[in-house]
Design a protein around this ligand. Structure first.
Ligand code: PMP
Length: 419
């Protein structure tokens, strides 16, 4: 089989029936070389500075300064002097690694401190949190260990890949995004058919930046004797009266069965967590394969996160600045007639539809010194390509204005405005 590189997408290399793994890897290698030779090297971009709203980015030795919207460093904590200091002190006090998995000696006092800190952040007791090496494993490992073949995961189709991965070995049904009628239908038919019914949703959806109708979903789930798990990685630190995330203002923080999150976005670091009652967290802690067979966060990361959690309350200024930026930027895009969809968070899409035009917009934005993510299938539906941007507290007005001017200019050429 010969793959036509000029029309191929990454997805075409997942499975080529007549190629074994090495042949498939070779074909993929040639495809990447073709992409590079033909100027499509967006995927190879390397950031040559630290994480920031202004980044020096490039391909190999060609680098340039860009205003960046590609990171989820929402509050700018990857560069906060107090977070850095706490990380340095972590290394000095405890060294660089854990050198064992949590269950066989790799669980240290700083892990215990972090679990206490993140649990109390959500108004829970210390034993109601368990930490993981990433947000991805917090989701996938939790689902893998809690659900068996007699159970079912009922998931919003727009949830993160880590949730899909966690459901590989169990029964899974998806409902159209935020569609309560469809969810109720599945709950009804599942009620007597499966032992555990676990509904999984995101607080904030990562591609549209919109939020889940949590109160309505919670009521439905409980009406049909199910459990509710919410991944709120893009909500925590941003939404809610005190930054506790999408759930906070619903008053259900102490009622949601399982809350999962990451330390790689708002908290500016690496790691994940699960908040649940102490039976569930203990079960996950002692049964999940990732806790038994894989090491968790090193000292610098853990002590840095502990400080970042404290800063959410100590320096609410960052959240205020983030929201000033979100509101200013979204209004600017809307005023240009661009379609920002239903976002209610720091994730702001400019919906374009056609994947080729979206690619062109991404390239032209880079020519204007603006670094964004063009998102196409399979990350979103085929006709739903968009430019995805994450606004942060460290963007300055000049960065946002420069980007709005770039969009205005590109719209004159490519007519991407919907209004
Ligand atoms: N859930 C969602 C909704 C995400 O967007 C992400 C990260 N892209 C994750 C989970 C995984 O988080 P982490 O990067 O910590 O593995």
């Amino acid at each position: 089989m010969k793959i036509n590189f000029s029309t191929a997408t990454f997805k075409d290399f997942e499975n080529i029936p007549e190629y074994d793994m090495m042949q498939r890897a070779d074909a993929y290698y040639d495809f990447l070389e073709y992409m590079k030779t033909n100027g499509h090297h967006h995927y190879r971009l390397q950031n040559n500075t630290g994480c920031s709203s202004v980044m020096n980015v490039g391909v190999e030795n060609i680098t340039k300064e860009f205003v960046s919207f590609v990171t989820s460093d929402y509050l700018g904590f990857t560069q906060h002097p107090k977070v850095k200091q706490a990380a340095i002190e972590g290394v000095e006090k405890y060294g660089t690694g854990t050198a064992a998995t949590p269950l066989i000696g790799g669980y240290y006092s700083y892990h215990n401190e972090l679990e206490a800190k993140i649990a109390s952040f959500f108004g829970r007791t210390q034993d109601e949190a368990v930490i993981f090496t990433t947000g991805y494993t917090a989701n996938s490992a939790t689902l893998q260990i809690l659900l068996q073949k007699e159970d079912i995961a009922i998931i919003d189709m727009a949830v993160h890949a880590s949730v899909y991965e966690g459901c590989i070995l169990t029964n899974r049904k998806t409902f159209p995004h935020n569609n309560l009628v469809a969810l109720e239908q599945i709950l009804k038919t599942s009620e007597n058919q499966y032992r555990t019914k676990l509904v999984v949703i995101d607080g904030v959806y990562s591609q549209d930046g919109d939020t889940a109708p949590i109160e309505e979903i919670y009521k439905l789930v409980k009406r049909y004797n199910g459990y509710l798990m919410i991944d709120d990685v893009h909500g925590v630190g941003i939404l809610g009266k005190t930054g506790r995330g999408t759930i906070e203002d619903t008053g259900l923080l102490d009622k949601i069965d399982i809350i999962t999150g990451t330390f790689s976005k708002t908290f500016g670091n690496l790691g994940g967590y699960v908040i649940a009652n102490k039976s569930l967290t203990n079960f996950i802690r002692f049964q999940s394969r990732q806790q038994i067979f894989s090491a968790t966060t090193p000292p610098s990361t853990t002590t840095g996160i502990i400080k970042a959690i404290e800063l959410i309350d100590e320096e609410p200024y960052w959240r205020t600045k983030l929201w000033d930026n979100i509101n200013y930027f979204k209004k600017g895009l809307d005023d240009l007639g661009l379609d920002t969809g239903t976002t209610r968070s720091a994730v702001i899409p400019v919906k374009i539809g056609d994947p080729h035009i979206t690619g062109d917009v991404g390239r032209l934005l880079m020519e204007h010194g603006v670094y964004t993510n063009p998102i196409i299938y399979p990350a979103v539906a085929r006709k739903d390509a968009r430019i995805r941007m994450s606004v942060t507290a460290t963007h300055e007005r000049e960065h946002l204005d420069k980007t709005l001017n770039a969009f205005e200019d590109i719209n004159k050429k490519l007519h991407i405005a919907k209004k």
